[in-house]
Design a protein around this ligand. Structure first.
Ligand code: UDP
Ligand code: MG
Length: 338
């Protein structure tokens, strides 16, 4: 057990890693002295992030570098790091230094003073992000808070400080489709906001293209709300009212001796109905696909190798034969226990 763990998921972040390492180390020393660890998780980077991490871990005993077997995605890479870290307090931060590590001592003070289990960063401003990203994020967080029963704070990313008991509660949730900021809100305890200004990316480009953003948003929505499933019912109700009106209209027109030429209106009804049905089917598909994924019960991530101090074990993932990990020989690997 160390006083502080800093957990960082990294995907193609070689340009950020040296500065990240230096600034995180300095911030951690300012906050807790020497009693800290930094857990870098390489999420199947295609650049030389892993080589770099391994070299840094060889030089710095505070560093634990974890290499996943492939790109598992931000939330699962983060889960791997959280699973393997050993801190009494845990900081989650992105590799791109958009969230300044220098805030750590203040966040820890806030946690102590307010006796909180979670201190989550709230973005007052987001510099260096496209108008598109800002607008979609803004809309998304508000839609989400309307659709869900859990109070998920708006404009909050994964940048946060957590206590060990809060993290243990989070790690007790075995789901595959993880929306970690929402799951943390779900666990409760005392959680306080910490307002800060989000910086520009230190180097490189965003690792969240539109496709990943959509998937992430769907994970959040389906994971925290079944409201979309009720859409079919609402659409059905609206359409029935519409059809009653249509029948009345046709009856009156017939009584007045009018012959209604119907191609346009008929096509319209057919096309609209078809679209609504397909949309609702697609929504159900999103839920069923996730249900199927959860039903398989696979480990959330696979660790290929570890450099640095030995991890204590994985609850949610699978650690392949840890050859880089000299204290723990044997080729069995560790499976999640569930
Ligand atoms: N990331 C990851 N796996 C992925 C995509 C992203 O580990 O498949 C990491 C990335 O390296 C970064 C964090 O997740 O540390 C957030 O990504 P990014 O900064 O690109 O997202 P944005 O800030 O643009 O939303
Ligand atoms: Mg970023």
């Amino acid at each position: 057990m160390v006083a502080l763990s800093v957990v960082v998921p990294c995907f193609n972040e070689q340009a950020c890693l040296p500065a990240l390492h230096e600034r995180l180390g300095a911030a951690a020393r300012a906050a807790v002295g020497d009693d800290y660890e930094i857990v870098l998780v390489n999420d199947g980077s295609r650049d030389s992030s892993w080589e770099l991490m391994r070299r840094m871990a060889a030089d710095d005993p505070h560093l634990l570098a974890v290499n996943l077997s492939r790109n598992h995605g931000h939330q699962l890479a983060l889960t791997a790091g959280l699973d393997l870290c050993r801190g009494a307090t845990i900081l989650i931060i992105d590799a791109d230094l958009q969230d300044p590590p220098e805030l750590l001592p203040d966040m820890m003070r806030a946690m102590r003073d307010e006796d909180a289990d979670v201190v989550y960063g709230v973005r007052r401003s987001r510099t260096g992000e496209t108008a598109f990203k800002r607008a979609t994020a803004h809309g998304f967080y508000r839609l989400l808070s309307r659709a869900t029963e859990v109070d998920i704070p708006v404009d909050t990313g994964d940048f946060r400080l957590m206590s060990r008991r809060a993290l243990d509660a989070l790690l007790a949730m075995p789901e595959q489709a993880r929306f970690i900021r929402g799951m943390v809100a779900w666990i409760g305890f005392r959680q306080i906001a910490f307002v800060y200004d989000r910086q520009e990316r230190f180097a490189g480009e965003t690792k969240y293209p539109v496709k990943k953003m959509v998937r992430f948003a769907l994970d959040a929505l389906t994971g925290f709300s079944s409201a979309p499933l009720k859409l079919a019912g609402r659409a059905g109700l609206l359409l029935s009212i519409g059809s009653v009106l249509l029948i009345l209209y046709i009856a009156f027109a017939w009584a007045a001796g009018e012959n209604i030429p119907g191609w346009t209106s008929l096509m319209l009804v057919v096309v609209v109905l078809g679209a609504v049905q397909m949309f609702v089917l697609a929504l159900m598909g999103e839920y069923i696909g996730r249900l199927y994924n959860e039903a398989k019960g696979r480990p959330l991530y696979i660790v290929q190798e570890v450099a640095g101090a030995a991890p204590s074990g994985a609850r949610l993932g699978y650690i392949a034969d840890a050859t880089a990990n000299s204290d723990k020989p044997g080729g069995k690997g560790k499976r999640p226990t569930r």
